[in-house]
Write a protein that binds this ligand. Structure first.
Ligand code: NAD
Length: 323
């Protein structure tokens, strides 16, 4: 049996090759961004499943796909998918939890070290022929001995904790679900209520989903309670941080620096004041952006999709319509 799948995000040539290599022969792939309007409408009507990364899959798309049986996210955060609309249509939505945890955890450490060592400044001046050996020496720091506060201790938070501990930090975490104390002891983690965590962390990294209750979780009030040496690493979702407040907090030195991989609007507007601040490192939603991650994610996404369409038990369905 052959099933028709539509991939709805932009697709770059090498990534398209990887998708075609990874997809089992039972799945026929169409790429939405390669289709003209009318052709797109016709193909969408017939597809059995949509595979999506960060493109918005709204109610209109879900209803237009008359034959739709399954939506598969290649990643974790499903805030770009109208899950309620999928529920109403009886369409399961699955994600690929944990597959991208290594990539995002490694990026968290990379951004922390890059901020602490003023890496971008040193690189820029060295390649220009300067020798910035002393310029930032007294404003450079080690992770060892610092408190790393994690907001969210799911797959990515846990992988980040392990890596951070290897650099000699003490890891505090806040999550809406606290681990059993024996588990905290086994992992060497200290639970802190949210307000205490943000007030005590030197390094603060975000690993929660964007939900109504996490929207602008960090705004001016929170920045004002942080220590002036705190650096913020947002590798979760843009809307969790109030960007306007963050720009003010950095300008008034409420906190020392920020690395931002995810933005309130993506691609980030080039006039966003955060982009021109010395204490900011900006990246373009690359947390899970490695070939290693992509292979793991695509394998899981296609296995899920094929299993569901073939009527087999399917992993990682996040809504309640598994009929
Ligand atoms: P996960 O589901 O394994 O963990 C999320 C954790 O957040 C859970 O432990 C959950 O209990 C906690 N949580 C949820 N709501 C909360 C709240 N209101 N307050 C406190 N804790 C709360 O997910 P994950 O794989 O660790 O990913 C976390 C997030 O990272 C994703 O939702 C996604 O938005 C983001 N992400 C970003 C990238 C990137 O490229 N930068 C890649 C993958 C994931």
């Amino acid at each position: 049996m052959a099933y028709h799948i539509m991939y709805v995000d932009d697709v770059f040539p090498a990534f398209k090759d990887l998708m075609l290599e990874t997809a089992p022969s039972s799945l026929t792939l169409s790429f939405a961004k390669e289709l003209k309007d009318k052709e797109y409408d016709e193909v969408l009507k017939k597809v059995d499943a949509i595979v999506v990364a960060t493109e918005v899959v709204d109610e209109h798309t879900i209803n237009q796909a008359e034959n739709l049986k399954f939506i598969q996210k290649t990643g974790v955060g499903i805030d770009n998918i109208d899950v309620e609309a999928a529920n109403r249509k009886g369409v399961p939505v699955a994600n690929t939890p944990g597959m991208n945890a290594t990539g995002v955890a490694e990026l968290t450490i990379l951004l922390t070290l890059a901020l602490y060592r003023n890496l971008l400044y040193v690189h820029e001046h060295t390649v220009q022929g300067d020798w910035p050996m002393w310029d930032v020496r007294l404003e450079s720091y080690e992770m060892a001995g610092k408190i790393h506060g994690l907001i969210g201790l799911g797959n990515i938070g846990k992988e980040t904790a392990k890596r951070s501990q290897a650099f000699g930090t003490t890891v505090f975490y806040y999550d809406k679900f606290r681990l059993p104390v024996e588990e905290e002891e086994r992992l060497g983690l200290v639970y802190k209520p949210f307000q205490e965590l943000i007030a005590e962390a030197d390094i603060l990294s975000l690993h929660v989903p964007l939900l109504p209750e996490t929207k602008h979780l960090l705004s001016m009030g929170e920045f004002m309670t942080m220590k002036p040496n705190t650096i913020l690493i947002n590798v979760a979702r843009g809307g969790i941080v109030d960007e306007a407040a963050l720009a003010k907090a950095l300008a008034t030195k409420e906190i020392a620096g920020a690395a931002i991989d995810v933005w309130e609007g993506e691609p980030v507007n080039k006039n966003n004041p955060l982009l021109s601040m010395d204490q900011v490192i900006a990246t373009s939603h690359i947390g899970a952006g490695t070939k290693d991650t992509l292979k793991k994610v695509l394998n899981t996404a296609f296995t899920n999709t094929e299993s569901y369409l073939a009527g087999k038990e399917t992993a990682h369905i996040i809504n309640q319509v598994n009929v």
